[in-house]
Design a protein around this ligand. Structure first.
Ligand SMILES: Cc1cc2nc3c(=O)[nH]c(=O)nc-3n(C[C@H](O)[C@H](O)[C@H](O)COP(=O)(O)OP(=O)(O)OC[C@H]3O[C@@H](n4cnc5c(N)ncnc54)[C@H](O)[C@@H]3O)c2cc1C
Length: 381
């Protein structure tokens, strides 16, 4: 009898896990709450323009992660710059913060003094705010980080965020040299007009997939998953959904920040300069980020589509990386039975990207192949 695997969710982590477990000879069943695979990474269409829910570019420095994606779809290598609009200066600057922009700032003398005071000092690791203030000083912190981060995570204070989580550009608060977003690693986007969609189709080929089927709860004792189509189980269970839902919110609701997403077609061929894909808005504007999709998709048209992201109490896209919530997740993690792998952005309650979701899936298969019957803990849980 082949071994069975039950996968919750058909986003990047769930679909990749289904594919890899299938290859290992597992009989795979997938339950997906949505009617289609891919979640926010799935390409949809508006006014003839392909788009995803926010930008979903691929970047990685890990060969096996890149190989996993490029084995199933063609990726066009492209590099981009991203900017931040700082309303108090009436200026657009590179983001991550770039040293070449500093002399252009009206308060450069103060910024330089604050940076000089911090030269050769190791930044604080007490929390996110302490890290940034000690790394770049109050003037740059106020311009780029303070308000942006509070609105991005829907939080009252940046002291709430742990300094441990992996945010973009961690460890290099001010860039010197290359101003491309991920110039130090492979970056690309699917060549096909429908983006990653074929990847999801190919990954799920060979699995039994129940779309529009929400997992409602999980009993770790009996390994039974309660779903909208009845009870299910598997020798291996891979969860990529929210763990508080699965375990009946017994330690309370994990805190997330959601996103409202607005699509706007503009009557111009290009809205942004050629090498810019998105702009962050660091002040008290409601939105966090505006993306011009053509820059990512290479779509040709006389008009252009931009996407505007507005933080929202609805939706559960961004797991709030506070010590309180990380501890709450650890309580849920302690309930995981053997051969239960909880991965991806929601399943691990970490600020993960597409490459991490693929990494986690590769690690599940490694763990299953190497040590059957072993309890899933660090690394993939
Ligand atoms: C606006 C935005 C922009 C982003 N841009 C980038 C980017 O440019 N580059 C990058 O690398 N990363 C980006 N990311 C992050 C990246 O896309 C995600 O980390 C990655 O796609 C997560 O994949 P996942 O499979 O772990 O989770 P998800 O994509 O969330 O998939 C989880 C799936 O599980 C399903 N599900 C959840 N609960 C249940 C349940 N109870 N029952 C059944 N099904 C369930 C969901 O419907 C969903 O399909 C972005 C994220 C956001 C929100």
């Amino acid at each position: 009898m082949p071994k069975t695997a039950l996968v919750i969710g058909a986003g990047m982590a769930g679909a990749t896990s289904a594919y890899l477990l299938n290859k290992e000879g597992f009989q795979v069943t997938v339950v997906e709450a949505d009617s289609l695979a891919g979640a926010g990474v799935r390409t949809r269409w508006y006014g003839g323009h392909p788009y995803t829910f926010g930008p979903r570019v691929f970047f990685s420095r890990e060969d096996d992660v890149i190989r996993q994606l490029t084995a199933l779809i063609k990726i066009r290598e492209y590099y981009t710059r991203t900017w931040t609009y700082v309303a108090q200066d009436g200026q657009l600057y590179h983001y991550p913060i770039a040293d070449i922009d500093l002399p252009l700032m009206p308060d450069y003398a103060t910024i330089k003094q604050e940076l000089d005071e911090r030269k050769d000092k190791t930044p604080s690791v007490d929390d996110f705010q302490a890290y940034w203030l000690s790394a770049i000083g109050p003037t740059l912190y106020n311009k780029f980080i303070d308000t942006y981060s509070k609105k991005m995570w829907g939080i009252e204070s940046n002291h709430m965020l742990s300094a441990k989580f992996e945010w973009v550009n961690k460890g290099t608060p001010i860039r010197t040299g290359d101003t491309r977003l991920y110039g130090d690693q492979f970056q690309g986007y699917p060549e096909a007009a429908d983006g990653y969609n074929t990847y999801f189709d190919k990954c799920l080929d060979g699995s039994t997939v129940h779309f529009s089927c929400r997992a409602l709860g999980f009993d770790p004792e009996t390994r039974t998953l309660r779903t909208e189509r009845g009870e299910m189980t598997g020798d291996i269970i891979v969860n990529t959904g929210h763990v508080d839902t699965l375990f009946g919110y017994q330690y309370g609701k994990l805190r997330y920040c959601g996103r409202q997403f607005l699509k706007v077609v503009l009557p111009t061929e290009h809205a942004f300069p050629e090498d810019v894909t998105w702009i962050h808005y660091a002040g008290d504007e409601q939105h966090t980020r505006v993306t011009e999709f053509k820059q990512i998709t290479n779509h040709k048209a006389k008009d252009t589509l931009i996407g505007i992201e507005i933080p929202s109490a609805e939706g559960r896209e961004y797991p709030v990386q506070s010590e309180v919530e990380i501890k709450r997740f650890a309580q849920y993690k302690a309930l995981f039975p053997a051969n239960f792998f909880s991965i991806g952005r929601q399943g691990s309650f970490q600020y993960k990207g597409i490459p991490d979701a693929i990494r986690d899936s590769l690690d599940v298969v490694k763990a299953v192949g190497r040590k059957p019957g072993v309890r899933a803990t660090a690394g993939v849980a």
